[in-house]
Design a protein. Structure first.
Length: 431
């Protein structure tokens, strides 16, 4: 029988910023493990929290930049040019291709973020191993049929790479950043169905002493550009988040997960940056000590002048963004009615309103929202426009969410180009 009272096993209250600082203190006291993480990097981050002092202030971001390529080796599904822009091992969705897709993104048009190559796994022989000293016993293996025998939960949620919008640090703000030069298409929203991670952890014997869970994928080891083998992609979650709304998803939009999107089972961590939603999941370590990996130490922190010298806390929630469903540099006829459409989303609240400017920000009009705003999901919107003056102009879309936050004019710089949330300047020409 699956217990329904979370308090029976573990305290689920946590503050996401305080969580990391507490874990770092525990590591310094010898009560945390950081497999695959250089001790010097952790000491630098400890200095950022004020726990130790006198350490070097320089930190070189180690994210690998990915240049556009003519093909995407390791991606299984077709990548037609009208739907995708290939960027190294990744495929960015062309946002204009969402215009006729409805609320949810079809798997055929969903972006692909791969560290290596898409593995082809046999769902009949696949198992998920849940193990670690945060469990009461030796752990448990789950087959796909085991997961499907548990109560199924469906969630409509976006998955978005933390670097989505990265290229605008350079093109709009004149700042150099490392990493894949995404525009705004490293996102998609789908209806995911699967078993709650909370149910699986309880069945495996979750102890009150558990503090972290570390899901790990079954794709190949990730080797950086300088030859460092970081192992398989893995990133810890606090137990409180794992017991909240996280899914072990085996369906996407009513169909079995496609290979490129995590088949046979992936994690879905609503509202958080995409790296948390581990694809092709193979095992989950449940630990009674804090855990670290390169994906929350070297990567997915903010470094730069606006942040502590040794970086921010690890990134968790996504930020606030808007995008037009319109080709870049589109030609639009003058004296003709146009319906401008787009989507906005937030990782903190729900989208409350969207304002659109068709004259580079001189005037603004409120857009009509076409979806009920929901947490961890996007809303579609539209605004009519009948231009009269010919020539180039700039379209802007600016969202406000229920936390009261509005997209800013600029985003504070960080060296790896994460969480760009400024209003994007979308050029068009009226002819």
């Amino acid at each position: 029988m699956i217990p329904t009272d979370v308090s029976e096993t573990v305290d689920t209250t946590t503050d996401e910023a305080a969580y990391d600082r507490r874990r770092l203190r525990q590591w310094l006291a010898g009560r945390a493990r950081a497999d695959g993480v250089d001790r010097r990097d952790l000491l630098r981050m400890l200095a950022a929290t004020g726990l130790v002092t006198g350490l070097p202030t320089a930190f070189a971001a180690s994210a690998r930049a990915a240049a556009p390529a003519a093909s995407a080796p390791g991606i299984v599904k077709p990548l037609p040019e009208e739907w995708f822009t290939v960027r190294g091992t990744n495929a960015e969705a062309n946002f204009a291709a969402f215009a006729d897709t409805g609320h949810h993104t079809p798997a055929s048009r969903f972006f692909v973020r791969n560290h290596t190559s898409t593995p082809r796994l046999d769902s009949d022989t696949w198992t998920l191993k849940v193990w670690g000293d945060g469990l009461t016993g030796e752990g448990r293996d789950f087959t796909l049929d085991d997961l499907k025998s548990l109560p199924a939960t469906s969630r409509s949620s976006f998955v978005e790479c933390a670097g989505n919008g990265r290229s605008f640090f350079t093109s709009q703000q004149g700042q150099s950043v490392s990493g894949t030069a995404w525009t705004l298409g490293a996102i998609g929203s789908a209806r995911w169905r699967g078993a709650r991670l909370a149910d699986v952890l309880r069945l495996a014997g979750l102890r009150r002493a558990a503090v972290d869970v570390l899901p790990r994928g079954l794709d190949a080891d990730y080797v950086t550009a300088d030859g460092a083998n970081l192992g398989r992609v893995r990133r810890p979650l606090p137990v409180a988040k794992a017991l909240d709304d996280v899914l072990l998803a085996y369906e996407m939009n009513g169909e079995p997960l496609p290979a490129d999107h995590g088949a046979p089972v992936r994690l879905i961590v609503p509202s958080w940056i995409g790296i948390a939603s581990i694809k092709w999941i193979g095992d989950i370590e449940v630990a009674a000590e804090p855990l670290f990996s390169p994906w929350n130490t070297d990567f997915y922190r903010l470094f730069g002048d606006a942040y502590p010298p040794q970086g921010s806390d690890p990134l968790s929630r996504q930020t606030l963004k808007s995008a037009f469903e319109l080709p870049w540099n589109a030609d639009l006829a003058a004296h003709t009615g146009h319906r401008l459409t787009g989507r906005s989303w937030s990782g903190s609240g729900t989208v409350a309103r969207v304002d659109v400017s068709t004259d580079a920000g001189r005037t603004w009009r409120r857009a009509r929202l076409h979806d009920t705003a929901r947490r961890a999901d996007w809303v579609r919107w539209s605004v009519p426009w009948r231009p009269t003056a010919t020539g180039p102009t700039t379209l802007l879309a600016r969202a406000t969410d229920t936390t009261g936050r509005t997209q800013p004019a600029t985003t504070a710089y960080n060296t790896q180009g994460y969480l760009f949330d400024a209003v994007v300047r979308h050029p068009v020409t009226v002819t």
